[in-house]
Design a protein around this ligand. Structure first.
Ligand SMILES: *[C@@H]1O[C@H](CO)[C@@H](O)[C@H](O)[C@H]1NC(C)=O
Length: 290
């Protein structure tokens, strides 16, 4: 490109007697120049506007490798967004279908009871009233005759690469207007709860409904903000994740070395308008009994 340009430039001075040839050259040179800037400009636009489709395209062109006995012979695409490193939190858009969400809500509705808390020394049901005001129920994938929870559980296992045997039963929760869950840890600190047989490593929340207003999952200490002794556990601050039906939120309660990540504290902001439905799966470092 550059040498061509210089060639045309020399002609300008030496071949004054052949204006038509020169003009023709100039025309093609300029056409080439503008054409190429136009194309490269479009490339840039394509990259910035539609990066996702490019990523998917390249995945489709990938030749799958021979899989092991416990592996799979095709590629799985589960898109996610890293929401935070402190705590380690990932967002999975469209993790479940609308029909799957509706099915889970339907199976949970009949069995809802007021949600309870794991109590620390000195805590009673009475003096912890108001900390968690949702209703909920537990259901394992094997109890669900529709097969929906089986599919969801398998997908969670793939997304986390933690086997299904490490998951507790699904806890399906409903928050009505005004209901919330003060900030808390899903992991159990032995200094507060006594020795633990196993520990919760991560939590996967599947949002089963949209919420008109409020009801966000909040991480008040995200990136070590607000970590002072005066933090009011009711306060809806920090990183807030707005529930969207079918989307999943995964976060880790433990660091890779097994200690509790202080920034994994989280809660549910009060629902202001609408109703919030969520299915939670707690994932442990040990296999569950049974
Ligand atoms: C565990 O990992 C965290 C985060 O990297 C670190 O801050 C902490 O000191 C570690 N604790 C132990 C006991 O190794």
């Amino acid at each position: 490109m550059k040498s061509k340009g210089r060639f045309v430039g020399q002609r300008w001075w030496s071949i004054g007697g052949l204006p038509s040839v020169f003009l023709l050259c100039l025309f093609f040179f300029l056409a080439g120049l503008f054409g190429s800037t136009l194309v490269s400009h479009q490339d840039v636009q394509l990259l910035t506007v539609r990066p996702r489709s490019r990523v998917l395209e390249s995945v489709e062109e990938f030749d799958v490798l021979p899989n092991g006995d416990t592996g799979e012979h095709s590629l799985t695409s589960i898109p996610f967004q890293v929401l935070s490193w402190f705590p380690r939190a990932l967002y999975f858009p469209n993790f479940a279908t609308i029909e799957q969400c509706q099915g889970i809500v339907k199976m949970a509705k009949a069995d809802l009871k007021p949600s309870s808390l794991a109590l620390r020394k000195g805590e009673t049901a009475e003096n912890t009233k108001g900390i968690r005001t949702s209703s909920g129920m537990f259901i394992s994938a094997s109890e669900d005759k529709t097969g929906i929870l089986d599919l969801i559980e398998e997908k969670i296992a793939k997304a986390t690469m933690i086997p299904r045997t490490h998951g507790e039963a699904f806890n399906v929760l409903r928050y009505e207007t005004g209901q919330s869950y003060h900030s808390h840890y899903d992991a159990f600190d032995p200094s507060q709860y006594g020795p633990q047989k196993s520990q919760r490593v991560a939590s996967f929340l599947l949002y089963l409904s949209d919420v008109e207003e409020g009801g966000e999952t909040m991480f008040p200490f995200e990136s070590a903000q607000n970590m002072d002794a005066n933090y009011d556990f009711r306060k809806c601050i920090g990183l807030k994740v707005k529930p969207r039906r079918g989307d999943g939120l995964l976060f880790y309660s433990l660091f890779p070395n097994g200690t509790i990540d202080p920034t994994s504290i989280h809660g549910s902001c009060a629902v202001i308008r609408g109703e919030k439905w969520v299915a939670t799966k707690w994932i442990r470092d040990q296999e569950m009994d049974e």
